[in-house]
Design a protein around this ligand. Structure first.
Ligand code: FEO
Length: 169
């Protein structure tokens, strides 16, 4: 049975994962109306789906352990971006924020000696390592490309092969 403190902390993470899904869905919709970045668009849509999966995993865990998962209302995310580079910078920033929040959750689980929750959260810890690494790689690539159109073409082509995000359920 989940304690109230753990349940509330997990529900806060449900909100954060739901919000992440919305943020990346907005990035996808913005990318879809930009010329020549079809694969980047698919990447954002896929990423949004994966964040929803992260949220659902938490929802099931809370409910299966005798708690109640609260489906949150969400603020409207940023709708447009000054550049693709800026969108990916924000993606990295957002993932760093999510990692911090997961780490806090792990801490709370340990403080309250909830080892089942602690064990469950390890999947998220591993996932965040992958997501941060990928976001950094993509930011580094965009930094190198600068304003080079050919580089952007290759970036869009190569992002097709990126499948690390959330791929290890
Ligand atoms: Fe579920 Fe990308 O954090």
């Amino acid at each position: 049975m989940l304690s109230k403190v753990i349940q509330d902390a997990l529900n806060e993470q449900v909100r954060i994962e739901g919000e992440s899904s919305q943020v990346y869905l907005a990035m996808a919709s913005w990318a879809e109306i930009q010329p020549g970045i079809d694969n980047v668009t698919s990447f954002f849509y896929r990423h949004s789906d994966e964040e929803r999966m992260h949220m659902l995993k938490l929802v099931h865990f809370i409910n299966e352990r005798g708690g109640f998962a609260v489906i949150p209302s969400l603020p409207q995310p940023q709708l447009t971006y000054p550049s693709l580079k800026n969108a990916f910078q924000q993606l990295l920033k957002h993932e760093l924020f999510v990692s911090e929040s997961i780490n806090k959750l792990v801490d709370i689980a340990l403080q309250h000696k909830d080892y089942a929750t602690h064990n469950f959260l390890q999947w998220y810890v591993t996932e965040q390592i992958e997501e941060e690494a990928l976001a950094r790689t993509l930011n580094d690539k965009l930094e190198l490309i600068g304003d080079d159109k050919g580089g952007l073409y290759l970036f869009d082509r190569d992002i097709l092969s990126v499948s690390v995000m959330g791929g290890s359920e």
